[in-house]
Design a protein around this ligand. Sequence first.
Ligand code: AMP
Length: 122
Amino acid sequence: MTYDPNNIFARILRGEIPNKTAYEDDYVLAFHDINPQTPTHVLVIPKGPYVSFADFSAKASDAEILGFFRAVGKVAKDLGADESGYRVLANHGRDAHQEVPHFHVHIFAGVNLGRMIKPTDR
Ligand code: AMP
């Protein structure tokens, strides 16, 4: 799958669509999800043009991968979720219902998240 430079997160990165920023550095932007599923629901995205987890893990540079995962941990900590706990989730492709074709992880926190996930029929 080729990267669509007009996907909504690319437009957020270019400043064309507003966002509620939680954190930003050279490698990532973290912002609050527009439709939060938990009291705290933040998305972390790399600044580079990667479609999904598969694309990012295969093609991003070591520095981008390091910068990204360090930032995810920092954002979760800064949100105050280290002690109570949080869940990091990345959806890749159809079965995971990935909606936005720019790699992102969700950080869910602020509530008891239950155990793991509940698969459904396709
Ligand atoms: P996914 O299904 O993993 O692709 O999740 C995409 C997420 O992006 C969903 O949780 C949406 O609520 C969220 N989202 C879509 N548009 C925006 C936006 N403009 N600002 C913040 N979050 C958004």
